[in-house]
Design a protein around this ligand. Sequence first.
Ligand code: S3P
Length: 169
Amino acid sequence: MKNIILTGFMGTGKSYVGRRLATMIGYKFKDIDEIIEKTENMKINEIFELFGEEHFRKIETVVLEMELKDEGIVVSTGGGVVLSEKNRKLIRKAGIVVNLTATPEQILERLAEDHERPLLKKEKNIQKIRKMMLERNSYYEESDIQIDTTGKNVDDVISEIMRRIEYEV
Ligand code: S3P
């Protein structure tokens, strides 16, 4: 039973897809952001506001390392998890890495009403999303499978993941 780790930019649907996928294949589901909020007893927004991004990244690595020790899991990670080399190594070692992508336009549309993303709080537009994606894309590409979610619903994305991991899990 190989673990499945979902990576991808904010708004690519990692948490939603991950939860449903885990149920379908009988794996446990872990959402790293959700676990961080539970252990810190604070929303991600508050952690960024009170302590800054650097502090958040430290907690993210600690939680990631601990949670990836488990087996039979589908893990949804935060969009910025790939920025750290240590995180990237942990993820690669932990199982099959499935990277979800979407166009900047689609991300903007999906996150239009969202207020939970501290990094898109001050500035939420195509240019900002494009810039962040460019900084991260080469890391996102370090995956076993990449799936474009643009214009697809959750069921489409899950069927595509299932089809492509069939022989790997
Ligand atoms: C972040 C993405 C967020 C969350 C934090 C930072 C990022 O997770 O970890 O706000 O740097 O892209 P989602 O990808 O689930 O939105």
